[in-house]
Design a protein around this ligand. Structure first.
Ligand SMILES: [Zn+2]
Length: 138
């Protein structure tokens, strides 16, 4: 899915050669794990940060706003960690298109564990839209 209406969106590299570890772009904006036996063509749960940056960040936003902390093979990540890492990955994968994608996404209320808070977490807002339109210094 390409959004030609977004003025700042640069065309993705063609063909997209994004890869991270064993994960590679399928060329349709979705990743697959080259270590697995293959992939389900209908499985669109792993958006590519290189050529599908907006969708990738939308997934990350959803995770960051619903996860307080997540224990995984890479250690423990807070919702804030999830968002910061996703932006870092997307910026590297699509340096020309990330600013436009972040503008579309808007503020992200990430969750961070906080034992002194009543609910055990606090909200840390990222990606405040206080930058001039078109600014690349997000
Ligand atoms: Zn891609």
């Amino acid at each position: 899915m390409t959004n030609t209406n977004t003025p700042n969106a640069a065309p993705p590299p063609d063909p997209c050669d994004y890869s991270r570890g064993t994960w590679q772009c399928r060329g349709n904006g979705q990743l697959w794990d080259a270590d697995s036996d293959g992939y389900d063509p209908d499985d669109n749960s792993e958006p590519c940060p290189g050529c599908n940056t907006l969708e990738y960040l939308q997934y990350a936003k959803e995770e960051a706003e619903t996860t307080i902390d997540l224990s995984g093979i890479y250690g423990t990540s807070t919702g804030e960690d999830i968002w910061v890492t996703a932006v870092m990955i997307a910026r590297k994968a699509n340096p020309a298109g990330i600013a436009a994608a972040l503008t579309v996404i808007g503020p992200v209320d990430t969750l961070v564990p906080d034992d002194s808070a009543q609910d055990g977490f606090r909200v840390v807002r990222h990606n405040e839209q206080d930058l001039a339109p078109g600014s690349a210094s997000v």
